[in-house]
Ligand binder design. Structure first.
Ligand code: G3I
Length: 303
């Protein structure tokens, strides 16, 4: 296979990218997307502030454009994200107790219902833990307490029974206090029959947070709980051979874990990376393949 998506498919995985709706008019962007990737994640368009800026009024247009582009070409879609402290419209932060609970349930029902049957996996809850393993002090945590994650997953299962339901976070890629807390949550959910199907490892790497030496081992311990694992927002700062070697390690780790079902990179081209002035992706600003691209394709068994 000569593309990332086709090579990954031969290994029983998908290879995806984050996509921004406002780039879908750029031909180099779209050609690269269509040629190389077989899964997409809307980078911002399915976040709460984008979908429900005012309570009860939903804007699906930009996200719909991504979903129809993807599905029209046989790509799967990851939904990102339903319950997250960031990119929340102001009105959500002002709700208390039962009003927040019903607004959250309504958001999950409406959004998942809108695309029922069309989203492969949903990031139901994103970034709920601090680095030390305690719960992040979000409006959900303050108003709804520890049970809010479970409530969100139960609502999500009811809203779209065929979607895989994921917990997604960053700096959980190796074994540490934060990933231990996520592990305990998933273990508890599995023991008590709370619905959860997958754990997303964002995998934003740079010199301060490099690819951990126990990356594969950490993915495997989660898989051993009976959930799929996905690499959901991969990008790695750097360039040249060093960057390529780091990307290779990530792909090899996923391939070594049978329940690692796919890899998503957090953007098509360095030109539009969320990291200002960074070069963390597989294609440079002119859509040329970087050494990191070649390393990923080779690790997937393509050429
Ligand atoms: O849409 C507005 C636009 O109207 C306005 O003119 C412009 C001016 O700044 O801002 C635009 O919004 C920006 C948005 O991206 C869309 O481009 C926000 O300011 C900007 O903060 C936002 O950044 C996104 C970031 O999440 C916000 O938290 C990045 O694109 C996106 O890549 C990033 O993605 C997150 C994942 O969702 C969760 N994990 C971490 C990851 C990287 O931070």
């Amino acid at each position: 296979a000569s593309t990332l998506g086709a090579a990954a498919a031969e290994r029983g995985r998908y290879f995806g990218t984050a996509v921004a709706a406002n780039r879908l008019g750029e031909s180099d962007y779209v050609n690269t997307l269509n040629r190389e990737f077989n899964s997409v994640t809307p980078e911002n368009e399915m976040k709460w502030d984008a979908l429900e800026p005012n309570q009860g009024s939903f804007n699906y247009g930009n996200a719909d454009r991504i979903v129809s582009h993807a599905r029209g070409r046989g790509m799967s879609v990851r939904g990102h994200t339903l319950v997250w402290h960031s990119q929340l419209p102001g009105w959500v932060n002002n709700l208390s107790g039962s009003n927040l609970r019903s607004a959250t349930n309504n958001h999950i029902n409406q959004v998942m219902g809108h695309w029922r049957g069309q989203i492969h996996s949903w990031d139901v809850v994103n970034e709920a833990f601090e680095e030390n393993g305690t719960r992040r002090n979000s409006v959900f945590q303050r108003q709804l307490g520890n049970g809010y994650i479970e409530e969100a997953f139960r609502a999500a299962r009811a809203a779209d029974p065929n979607a895989k339901l994921c917990y997604n976070d960053y700096n959980t890629d190796g074994q540490n206090a934060k990933s231990n807390a996520v592990y305990a949550l998933v273990q508890d959910f599995r023991n008590r029959g709370v619905p959860i199907d997958c754990v997303g490892f964002q995998s934003h790497f740079n010199s301060q947070s490099p690819v951990p030496s126990d990356y594969q081992q950490n993915l495997q311990r989660f898989a051993n709980l009976g959930v799929d694992v996905q690499i959901t927002e991969l990008d790695i700062e750097g360039s040249g051979t060093a960057q390529a070697n780091n990307y290779r390690r990530v792909v090899e780790a996923c391939l070594a874990v049978s329940r690692c079902t796919g890899i998503t990179v957090w953007g098509v081209t360095d030109k539009y990376s969320w990291r200002p002035n960074g070069t963390p992706l597989l294609f440079d600003g002119n859509y040329n393949k970087k050494p990191a691209y070649d390393a990923v394709l080779a690790a997937l068994g393509g050429s």
